[in-house]
Design a protein around this ligand. Structure first.
Ligand code: IPD
Ligand code: CA
Ligand code: CA
Length: 258
């Protein structure tokens, strides 16, 4: 798997570099499921480049990507689950906090996760049973309790019906922790937990391409990831996500009000 992992990292880095210095004068932005759910020509171009490149690296794998896909996930077999640009709104706004996220799931278990943030030049990768790394340095979740921690959350921006619950929870965590953050990239949020830079992440609706690579990053860094009801994440449907270090008390950490 080492040679494949290196090839995937090379491809993901190249794709990341390609979105860094784009011609902003020719950015085409369209809305998808709602006014706030954006897509650009770069999301589609990067996905196509990843599809071709990943299937060259592993010809027996299937490919599931956010921007329209012909294949659907199945519990048996090898699947790449890909978000070509996670943090598209940030990308459109030139906010400099977006990434490329690629997971390899084999027989329903995440085997590899690769996430690259071109703005910080941070390459995150994880392999099941072999740990999680950022630019070659081993990652560990933090040892701080929630009271001394930062809580990162996603607003489930394309699901207005979840806004009130999201902000109620965020307010609860705000009172419990040192402070809260909202970055605009769920994949990078999960890397933030894996790197021990924050203690807990939650979002009430995410798709497998948002979390597949990042969830492996967190578990390989020693953290825990479930949905907000404590169930394991699935790769065939959207769900809520709760990622944390081991010191965030599972009772108080779990948003019981949902
Ligand atoms: C979104 C980002 C955002 C999260 C949304 C995701 P996209 O992905 O990860 O942080 O709050 O739920 O859909 O649309 O930028 O790929
Ligand atoms: Ca995404
Ligand atoms: Ca995306």
């Amino acid at each position: 798997m080492k040679a494949e992992l290196e090839s995937i990292c090379r491809l993901v880095r190249d794709c990341g570099m390609s979105i860094k210095d784009i011609d902003r004068g020719h950015l085409h932005v369209d809305a998808k499921s709602s006014r706030t759910d954006l897509v650009t020509q770069y999301d589609k171009e990067v996905q196509e480049r990843l599809r071709k490149g990943l299937l060259e690296i592993m010809p027996d794998a299937h490919f599931v990507g956010e921007e329209g896909t012909t294949q659907t996930f199945a519990p048996a077999g090898k699947f790449f689950i890909v978000d070509p640009i996670d943090g598209t709104t940030n990308f459109v706004k030139d906010y400099h906090f977006s990434c490329i996220s690629v997971a390899l799931v084999i027989d329903n278990a995440a085997e590899l996760g690769v996430i690259y943030n071109p703005y910080a030049d941070e390459m995150f990768w994880a392999q099941r049973g072999h740990g999680a790394f950022c630019n070659g340095k081993r990652l560990h979740v933090s040892n701080e309790p929630l009271e001394n921690g930062i809580v990162v959350f996603g607003t489930a921006p394309y699901h207005e019906e979840l806004s009130e619950k999201t902000f109620q929870l965020a307010y609860g965590y705000f009172k419990k922790a040192l402070d809260i953050r909202r970055s605009g990239s769920a994949a990078l949020d999960l890397c933030t937990i894996a790197a021990g830079r924050a203690e807990l992440f939650f979002e009430l609706f995410l798709s497998p391409w948002d979390f597949a690579a990042g969830a492996l990053m967190v578990t390989e860094a020693g953290g825990l990831v479930t949905d907000c009801d404590g169930r394991p994440l699935a790769y065939d449907r959207p769900c809520s996500v709760l990622a944390r270090n081991r010191l965030s008390d599972p009772i108080t950490a779990r948003p019981a009000s949902i």
